[in-house]
Design a binder for this molecule. Structure first.
Ligand code: ZN
Length: 260
């Protein structure tokens, strides 16, 4: 994700957002790359884990194609470590990687299969993912989204259904001893141009959200000449204030929520 991603929503009217559901205990956040959650959603994750909810991260790739000046093998190692550190900051103990290739994710059964397996193992009530729409904003000419985000987000929305159907990817049930899981009640899409719901974020969670983005040191250093702290603060607090504008003026993270 880049700073331009944050232009989503900017022009929107101050139409108020609904409150995110709170009656759940386990969430699985599934994204394409290290940093996808830290550009905004991580502050909500910090708020949730502080309230005792369990959140696990699943990444389709290690973001090895994300640093122009670094060879992919090295970038994969660096970015995995940065992702694990940033997860820890917001109270996420478990981070899994699926080993798909960065930049060439394809929407379809291969990706859905791996995501469904993870949903069946973790049995979340809430699944979190990243903007799967073509663009970051809803205005004509908005910045184009990346192919990985589009493929990943759409595959997540599909895999939630797959996970509950014992006749889809049924070999997982025989070989891995897992059961179908139809208990996902919502899928929340972060950084969407079509936000519907918001979760209010307190001072501590906002601070952790910022700290979690700052853990992506190598990535940010390669991305911008700006001071990393100033850069990360403008992204994280900019987003919280923008969604807060649509949630009674309280700093918030916005999501496009699909109920099931
Ligand atoms: Zn990404």
């Amino acid at each position: 994700m880049t700073a331009t991603a944050q232009s989503a929503e900017e022009h929107g009217a101050a139409e108020q957002l609904a409150a995110m559901p709170e009656d759940w205990s386990r969430a699985l956040a599934i994204v394409a790359h290290p940093d996808d959650l830290e550009y905004g959603a991580a502050a909500a994750v910090a708020e949730w884990t502080a309230r005792g909810k369990e959140v696990t991260y699943l990444l389709a790739t290690r973001g090895e194609a994300g640093i122009d000046t670094m060879e992919p093998a090295e970038a994969a190692r660096v970015r995995e470590a940065e992702q694990r550190a940033s997860a820890q900051v917001v109270g996420v103990a478990e981070v899994e990687f699926l080993d798909h290739r960065d930049g060439v994710l394809e929407e379809g059964p291969a990706l859905r299969r791996d995501i469904a397996a993870a949903i069946r193992r973790h049995r979340p009530e809430l699944v979190l993912t990243i903007n799967h729409h073509d663009t970051w904003g809803d205005a004509p000419g908005s910045p184009w989204n990346t192919p990985d985000h589009r493929a990943l987000g759409r595959s997540v929305l599909d895999a939630v259904g797959d996970a509950g159907n014992r006749w889809i990817f049924s070999d997982q049930l025989e070989t891995d001893g897992v059961l179908p899981w139809a208990g996902v009640r919502w899928v929340a899409v972060a950084a969407s141009p079509a936000v519907t719901h918001a979760v209010q974020v307190g001072e501590e969670a906002a601070r952790k959200g910022l700290a979690s983005l700052l853990e992506h040191r190598a990535y940010i250093a390669a991305l911008t000449d700006e001071d990393p702290e100033a850069y990360a603060r403008s992204i994280v607090y900019g987003g919280l204030d923008r969604y807060g504008h649509r949630n009674g003026g309280r700093r918030s993270v916005g999501f496009e929520l699909h109920a099931r």
